[in-house]
Design a protein around this ligand. Structure first.
Ligand code: GBH
Length: 431
């Protein structure tokens, strides 16, 4: 069964940050620091999904999806990041999973969508190798409760963005801007993924995947210097995360580091623990030119000549086909079945979101072209079910199929919701 779903993440929708024993996450800390998010917005209330989850499940049921990708907040399950388990946190996700299953919606939980327990950050966060073991312990705890009902687990969401925005650029939590920390933060996330995959399987998990956000990389020209820079960017954004997982080795990182002394014997075997699927988040391609003088081996040249979303991101549906067929030609038989775990766009604050309809229509068609070209795609999840807390942009970017009035918490389906409902209905009668 092809999975058609919507996607969300805990900190972006739940709110209720102090309820039922939840611990503090790095996003609570970060969002409350002055100047970190637009207008100082935080996820304290967000979509109040923690209290309104039944209504949100109803919305999905009305939409006709058969899957839902959500994330589990580690600090709800382990307020201190290790040791003591907060049973009320597990109860919340269990209620959600059971309500979804009752409606015929497959629950696809992500174990880490950037909301690390603050207590672990106080011990170095992803710079500290020990966090990988903590993550595996947390994964085992959740699976012990839910493995019998969950068809597909996602370990991490977008380790690239967490590394680049959280550790190198400092524009996401934990807000560090130290290039030398970025690669260890990547490696420890990958190690955590591998250990968690093993822990999930030991606890009876059915299928395990990771979600990487990948981008087709376009050189700004055919000049040698641009080609070389594009290659360096492809290594950092895509291959740093896909190669060790699928091939058991890192790409050439010499443009970024002199030493990989944070990689220990045996790590790559753990990281390459076989997976049942690869989650891909696709938003847009990237155009790369020769470096300027900021110390990085590439420069972002910007994709021009395409329509843009409200966020200013270029809309290039065929980039999804290009990405998928590119993965297939790079990894061949090492590529597991793919799930598009996120795809979507932000639009103006309107219920008549016709640009979202066009976006989804174009990208779903591009996915089908890739499938016709032999790529094994098993699912497609729209980002997002609801307008929600868009990280550093606060509530200023609206990605939802359903509009949220953040004053009243009223949910109103947009035109795109109705379009997708009809699209899914047509699928069901086709097959
Ligand atoms: C995802 O990240 C996250 O998983 C999710 O939580 C988030 O809400 C959602 O997407 C929407 O942002 O500068 O024009 O080249 C997406 C990561 C990073 C994808 C920036 C697009 C560059 C656009 N994004 N990226 S551009």
């Amino acid at each position: 069964m092809f999975l058609w779903g919507t996607a969300t993440a805990a900190y972006q929708i739940e709110g209720a940050v102090k309820e039922d024993g939840r611990g503090v996450s790095i996003w609570d800390t970060f969002a409350h620091e002055p100047g970190r998010t637009r207008d100082g917005h935080t996820g304290d209330v967000a979509c109040d999904h923690f209290h309104r989850w039944r209504e949100d499940v109803e919305l999905m049921s009305g939409l006709g999806v058969n899957a839902y990708r959500f994330s589990i907040a580690w600090p709800r399950v382990q307020p201190q990041g290790d040791g003591e388990v907060n049973v009320a946190g597990l109860d919340f996700y269990e209620r959600l999973v059971d309500a979804l299953l009752e409606k015929g919606i497959q629950p696809v939980p992500t174990l880490f969508h950037w909301d690390l327990p603050q207590a672990l950050q106080d011990r170095g966060g992803w710079i500290n190798r020990d966090i990988a073991g903590n993550f595996a312990e947390y994964a085992a705890t959740v699976a012990a409760r839910l493995a019998d009902r969950v068809p597909l687990w996602i370990t991490l969401n977008e380790p690239f963005v967490h590394m680049a925005y959280g550790y190198a650029m400092g524009i996401h939590a934990p807000g560090q801007a130290l290039l030398t920390d970025a690669l260890p933060a990547a490696h420890h996330q990958l190690l955590a993924h591998g250990l968690a995959t093993q822990a999930l399987r030991a606890a009876g998990a059915r299928q395990v995947a990771i979600t990487n956000n990948c981008t087709p990389v376009w050189p700004a020209s055919q000049e040698e210097a641009d080609l070389k820079a594009a290659e360096a960017y492809d290594i950092l954004h895509n291959r740093l995360f896909n190669d060790p997982i699928l091939l058991g080795k890192y790409p050439d990182l010499s443009a970024y580091t002199k030493t990989v002394d944070f990689v220990r014997d045996g790590d790559l075997d753990v990281i390459a623990t076989p997976l049942d699927g690869l989650g891909i988040n696709y938003y847009n391609p990237t155009r790369i030119a020769a470096p300027t003088d900021d110390g990085l081996p590439f420069a972002d040249a910007g994709v021009t000549g395409y329509p843009t979303t409200a966020f200013g991101w270029p809309v290039v549906p065929d980039g999804l086909r290009e990405l998928l067929t590119g993965l297939k030609s790079r990894y061949g038989s090492a590529l597991p079945p793919i799930h598009i775990t996120e795809n979507g766009c932000s639009t103006d604050d309107t219920l008549e979101d016709h640009s979202r309809i066009e976006f989804l229509e174009g990208h779903i068609a591009a996915m089908r072209r890739a499938m016709d070209e032999g790529v094994d795609v098993r699912g497609y999840f729209v980002w997002s079910l609801l307008d929600n807390f868009e990280w550093a942009e606060g509530y200023h970017q609206r990605f939802g199929l359903v509009h949220v009035d953040f004053e009243t918490q009223r949910r109103t389906p947009k035109a795109s919701y109705r379009w997708l409902r009809e699209h899914l209905r047509a699928q069901n009668t086709d097959t």
